[in-house]
Write a protein that binds this ligand. Structure first.
Ligand code: KIV
Length: 285
């Protein structure tokens, strides 16, 4: 049985903290699911950590669908949320509904996530009315990096903090089942979390959110271009990867790999026939 949005909302009511991770492909989604993660985001951070773009702005609906399908094939239990990429929902409500629908119908996801507060609330309401669960995302909204002028902590002035509280309430009223708070001062996240009935999921938003989300490649130490301040490495797989690859290179060069163990044998009789055929022909004239 897959985790549902009701299970996620119930976790807040029961005071259970909600762990969420991103995943982008079959093997990592499968491992995360088997490890017991209840909530997976196929984030548009895909653009940076998998596709090598500078930001999330270049990620398309086709990119997202390709990876969501792989994550769905890899998971049996987790609720999978599909991130709506830049310009898939901002221009008008019917485009937003159509694209959100594709995430469920073609991708197989259980919910969608989109960035923005009050200004997307009506879009969220309409998508939810179509039967598509929506997770909000406020604070640092990476798709607006060009407008924000960089990846900065949000909500630090009284005006900006009040606006974030209004954004969160507008999303809840519009029917969002959960909200990601990204790069928000911890005391402000606490206030927002206390005022909402739906769970907040923090990333760089302090310990008092109802749950936490981390980018898988940051958490496992697989992405080495930069380490965001909010990321914690629970492993350093980049190092293990490089060590293993260096060992492989050496063993191929030395002839130490493959051995008999990794090779296939063949029938002796067939081999003898082949060897006989390969003998130089004796001249008959
Ligand atoms: O794309 C993503 O991975 C995200 C998380 C940082 C919340 O939106």
């Amino acid at each position: 049985m897959r985790v549902t949005i009701n299970d996620i909302k119930a976790m807040k009511r029961k005071g259970q903290r909600i762990p969420m991770l991103t995943a982008y492909d079959y093997p990592t989604a499968k491992l995360a699911d088997e490890a017991g993660i209840p909530f997976i985001l196929v984030g548009d951070s895909l653009g940076q950590v998998v596709l090598g773009y500078e930001s999330t702005v270049r990620v398309t609906m086709e990119d997202m669908l390709h990876h969501i399908k792989a994550v769905m094939r890899g998971t049996q239990r987790a609720l999978v949320v599909a991130d709506m990429p830049f310009m898939s929902y901002q221009s008008d409500v019917s485009t937003a509904i159509r694209n959100a629908g594709r995430m469920l119908q073609e991708g197989g996801a259980g919910a969608v996530k989109l960035e923005g507060g009050e200004y997307v609330a009506e879009t969220v309401r309409r998508i939810v009315e179509c039967g598509i669960p929506v997770q909000g995302h406020i604070g640092l909204t990476p798709q607006s990096v060009h407008q924000l002028g960089g990846y900065r902590v949000q909500g630090k002035t009284p005006k900006a903090a009040a606006k974030l509280i209004r954004d969160a309430q507008a999303l809840e009223e519009a029917g969002a089942f959960s909200i990601v708070l990204e790069s928000v001062p911890a005391p402000l996240s606490r206030i927002i979390t206390q005022r909402l009935r739906i769970p907040t999921i923090g990333i760089g938003a302090g310990p008092d959110c109802d749950g936490q989300v981390q980018v898988l490649h940051d958490m496992l130490g697989m992405f080495t271009d930069f380490v965001p301040k909010h990321a914690k490495r629970y492993a350093f797989l980049a190092e293990a990867f490089k060590q293993a690859t260096a060992q492989y290179i050496k063993e191929v060069q030395d002839g130490a790999f493959p051995t008999e163990k990794e090779s296939f044998t063949m029938d002796e009789a067939v081999l003898a026939e082949l060897t006989a055929d390969a003998r130089p022909k004796v001249a008959t004239d």
